[in-house]
Design a protein around this ligand. Structure first.
Ligand code: NAD
Length: 428
């Protein structure tokens, strides 16, 4: 979220500007791509369970749709801001382009805390959100999905409202739906697994045997859980995860130097990705301050919580042993931390490449909905692995041949693809 002086949209624009200059983009293309094509801000009035009324603020940004309908999740978060949504919509444009799927970039958010809302109230927020954006979204315009603190249940309520408004079945309107209600097998795993497919390839490039590595994860929600699962299945040793504790209103790090068992830690984690501290202590986890995840002597760091977590203040604490940072979250690393990584030779798998597995599988979900024919989980994951590996390879090869930082190489590929699509359409 946009906290203190940190502004994710300014960061996204700063990243864009640096690469636009390298690519020699003309002024009109820069003006078009450094801000969303369209954004809407709206009120969502809700009757609460106690009979009172409350108004929530919602946003939807469509950054660019030159390569296909806008695509991007909806966050429910108490600290959501329009600048966060703008930045995330822009990163979605680069994400769909880097994995070369025929979609653009969008994002949405509602300022609310689902922890403090009943299921009925959350349903009302979902339905109100869709009523506000219905004229501007749809399978051929802009396709939402889950993000932080939203789930398949929220997606189904939103789909139901959209279908009531349009009077027809439109399963391609939204992705991240539950399996059996138009969802794709493998979608739950897709983002986290995608992170590890790219990490696996990066380790091969660095000549590092994954079975001899250790890793520390920030966050333990959907993305981090599946990333940790596949990483440990491939033989890596995860020694730390951190997560938020909404009772204490701060984060904690849970450490087991001998290696975290996925099944064990899942058994003490709730649906919000929060680990039960008392039970963790009973199971022999060391409980450390929230920031400790980044200071561990590991080979790999996986920031998988929120933006602005690896910054000028935290990056200097990174141990000398760290060789790779796999950015599972969106925007976890600030340009100041990037500069430190470049200096120290730490390899970064940039966010919009590393976590593109989610949107890639959402695209597969749309394809399956359009065909009304669903693939097996193996088929989905096999296609996902291929897409992610190809995208990683293209970025890593460009980084090597042009001797540029991985994030810049990913941007160069994405921006060039999107700029070309805009040019072909005669927009610029
Ligand atoms: P989630 O809501 O399922 O989990 C978030 C996790 O982060 C929780 O464990 C929470 O406790 C933890 N967390 C929150 N604040 C924290 C803090 N200050 N310190 C430590 N932990 C903290 O969310 P998610 O879907 O796993 O998304 C995580 C990140 O990945 C976000 O940046 C999101 O935009 C990005 N992402 C998600 C998807 C997806 O498919 N879900 C796809 C692409 C990118």
């Amino acid at each position: 979220m946009a906290t203190g002086s940190f502004n994710p949209f300014q960061m996204a624009q700063q990243q864009f500007d640096a690469v636009a200059e390298k690519l020699g983009l003309d002024q009109a293309t820069c003006d078009l791509l450094r801000q969303p094509n369209r954004e809407i801000h709206f009120n969502i009035p809700i009757r609460m369970d106690d009979g009172t009324y409350k108004v929530f603020r919602g946003f939807r940004c469509q950054h660019n749709d030159a390569r296909g309908p806008a695509k991007g999740g909806i966050r429910f978060h108490p600290h959501e801001t329009i600048d966060t949504v703008r930045a995330l919509s822009m990163w979605m444009t680069w994400k769909t382009a880097v994995v070369d799927i025929p979609l653009g970039g969008g994002k949405g958010g509602v300022i609310c805390d689902p922890h403090n809302l009943s299921m009925r109230e959350q349903e009302q927020v979902c339905r109100g959100y869709v009523r506000a954006i219905a004229p501007l979204v749809g399978p051929l315009q802009d396709v939402p999905a889950p993000d932080v603190l939203t789930t398949g249940q929220h997606m189904i309520w939103m789909l139901d409202e959209y279908e009531k408004i349009t009077g027809m079945k439109q399963p391609g309107f939204i992705t991240g739906k539950p399996v059996g209600s138009g969802g794709s097998l493998g979608r739950k795993e897709a983002t986290g697994f995608g992170v590890i497919y790219t990490l696996r390839e990066a380790l091969k490039d660095l000549n590092i045997d994954i079975t001899k590595t250790t890793a520390s994860f920030q966050g333990f929600g959907n993305v981090s859980q599946h990333a940790l699962k596949l990483y440990t299945e491939l033989g890596g040793r995860a020694i730390c995860v951190s997560c938020w504790d909404h009772h204490e209103q701060k984060s904690f790090t849970y450490k087991k130097a001998s290696g975290i068992s996925f099944d064990e830690i899942m058994s003490i984690t709730n649906n919000f990705g929060e680990i039960d501290r008392e039970k963790a202590s009973g199971l022999g986890y060391e409980i450390l301050p929230g920031g400790a995840w980044i200071e561990q002597e590991v080979d790999i760091l996986v920031p998988a919580a929120l933006e602005n977590q690896v910054n000028a203040e935290t990056a200097p604490k990174i141990a000398k042993t760290v060789k790779v940072v796999a950015e599972a979250a969106n925007g976890p690393t600030t340009p100041e931390a990037d500069a430190m990584f470049k200096e120290r030779g730490i390899m970064v798998i940039p966010d919009f490449l590393a976590n593109a597995g989610g949107v890639t599988c959402s695209y597969f979900e749309q394809v399956q909905c359009n065909m009304n024919y669903f693939w097996s989980k193996e088929e989905v994951l096999e296609k996902l692995d291929r897409k992610m590996t190809e995208a990683y390879r293209a970025v890593a090869d460009l980084a090597k041949s042009r001797n540029v930082y991985m994030r810049d190489a990913a941007y160069m590929i994405s921006i060039a693809r999107v700029a070309e699509a805009c040019k072909m359409r005669g927009w610029i």
